[in-house]
Design a protein around this ligand. Structure first.
Ligand code: CMC
Length: 441
């Protein structure tokens, strides 16, 4: 790893906590990053005061130092290693974004050629993994297959599981970035009962992924360059997003010293939920359920009802309190893909736009700063490309793998890294006397 890390710095500033029961005062140092809000260093809080913090959902907790991705949620800014997502989506391809996230800088031409070659070299799966798929029911959700097969990589690639060895770590990282499209495409082929299509190493990453998803042995499959470019851009947009639920899961799993394949499988499991990566699938289900523009107000009303668990999927974000910059690019990509495919008046797109307009004007959404997120338009693009609903979150997992491995590597290399071990506010029974079975009423 050769990134230029801007180290955090302690200032003379401190924050004082006063215990009004005892009048005792405790001071804690303030630390600054390169950009973004300062943090209060509470590492000695328990030792100095006897208190823990209580922050369910970690809404105010920084769990690590990181130099990979920066989000300014109020501005609606997303930077990978300092580069705005808009520039990367417009000018780079996914392989460049991967190199950037892993190594800290954009590659020069030779570095890019070499990186693409090395990733390509790892696209095949151990042939025995073929049989692994047969253990799943045909109607398994492809995310279930992803969790299982990615976790199983640790049983096949023993030569890259020594996490103390930087070379092992890098080989494992390359393997996962390279093999993820193969694993994902095979999960799809298995579900529809078609033969697995092997990677073709002369193809670019996204072209190869489309090829493995849609080719079959009986006829040639012609890759549409507009769709390949759109998929590549979607992969860039999803590649990393700082300490979200799945990335934090990868870090937490990895903090115990678990092997990287197991950690990424844990990340995939976390991504699956509808509040996270599963939202792209949930958005499309929601749009299909709404069915018609005339029913949009009814669903907006339900989303605002505190007694109704319904939420507008693809809306809201823990960090963005402004339009998610990825959603804008996604909307543009959506137009390009529909145009290329000659899809005019796509009812789901019209419905999505109507929902967006109504919600963006509504006082509830304005006040709570709920804007469309990355998942709002991606499902419509995937559907137009012929990708089935159950594969939507799988595509997110393929894209996010590079973010997960970059964050995992950063964590392993961090000398201050410790096993992740939060505490709790215990509200259960206090100590009580054990009764033998015969004495229990
Ligand atoms: N529809 C209606 N109300 C919402 C929505 C929504 N989509 N999102 C948040 N709210 C309300 C929520 O009810 C709460 O209201 P109140 O303060 O009155 O209780 C307020 O806004 C804050 O919501 P929160 O749940 O406390 O916020 P959070 O930061 O914990 O959750 C979120 C963020 C993304 C889980 C949530 O906005 C949500 O469930 N959105 C829908 C699912 C979704 O689109 N997820 C994809 C996120 S982007 C991609 C990714 O990260 O994978």
């Amino acid at each position: 790893m050769n990134e230029k890390v801007v180290k955090s710095s302690s200032s003379n500033r401190t924050v004082t906590l006063v215990d009004n029961a005892t009048g005792r005062e405790f001071s804690f140092p303030v630390i600054s990053g390169s950009v973004g809000p300062d943090v209060i260093d509470l590492r000695n809080l328990y030792q100095d005061t006897g208190f823990f913090t209580f922050d369910p959902g970690y809404t105010s907790t920084g769990s690590c130092e990181s130099a990979i991705t920066f989000i300014d949620g109020n501005e609606g800014t997303l930077l990978y290693r300092g580069y705005p997502i808009q520039d990367l989506a417009e000018h780079s391809d996914f392989m460049e974004a991967c190199y950037l996230l892993l190594y800290g800088d954009l590659p020069n031409a030779e570095q890019k050629r070499r990186f693409e070659h090395d990733i390509t070299y790892h696209t095949m799966l151990h042939e025995q993994m073929h049989e692994f798929y047969d253990g799943f029911r045909r109607d398994s959700h492809p995310m279930a297959v992803m969790v299982g097969v990615v976790g199983a990589l640790s049983a096949f690639y023993h030569d890259s599981t020594d996490i103390t060895n930087p070379r092992h770590r890098m080989i494992a990282s390359y393997r996962m970035i390279a093999k993820m499209p193969t694993i994902a495409a095979w999960a799809y082929k298995y579900a529809i009962g078609q033969p697995f299509i092997y990677p073709r190493n002369e193809l670019k990453y996204s072209e190869n992924f489309l090829h493995m998803l849609f080719a079959n042995p009986c006829e040639p499959y012609v890759i549409n360059p507009v769709l390949a470019r759109a998929l590549d851009r979607i992969l860039i947009l999803h590649a990393d997003h700082e300490q979200n639920a799945s990335t934090s899961t990868v870090r937490l799993a990895g903090s115990s010293g678990a092997n990287p394949f197991a950690c990424i499988a844990a990340g995939i499991a976390s991504l699956w939920g509808p509040a996270h990566g599963g939202a792209n699938e949930a958005v499309l289900r929601m749009l299909e359920e709404i069915g018609d523009k005339s029913r949009v107000p009814e669903y907006v009303k339900r989303a605002k009802d505190p007694d109704d668990p319904f939420r507008l999927m693809g809306f809201g974000h823990r960090v963005y309190k402004n339009y998610d910059p990825r959603a804008r690019i996604m909307r543009q990509t959506c137009y390009e893909v529909l145009d290329e495919l000659g899809v005019r008046d796509e009812p789901l797109l019209e419905l999505a736009m109507s929902l967006e307009n109504i919600a963006l004007d509504d006082e509830f959404f304005v006040k709570k700063k709920l804007y469309p997120n990355v998942d709002f338009y991606s499902g419509i693009i995937f559907k137009a490309m012929g990708i089935p609903l159950s594969m939507f979150t799988v595509l997110f997992a393929v894209a996010r793998t590079v973010g997960w491995v970059a964050q995992w590597n950063e964590m392993i290399e961090d000398p201050t890294q410790k096993i992740g071990r939060p505490r709790q506010l215990y509200t259960g029974a206090t100590r009580r006397e054990y009764k033998l079975l015969a004495q229990r009423a």
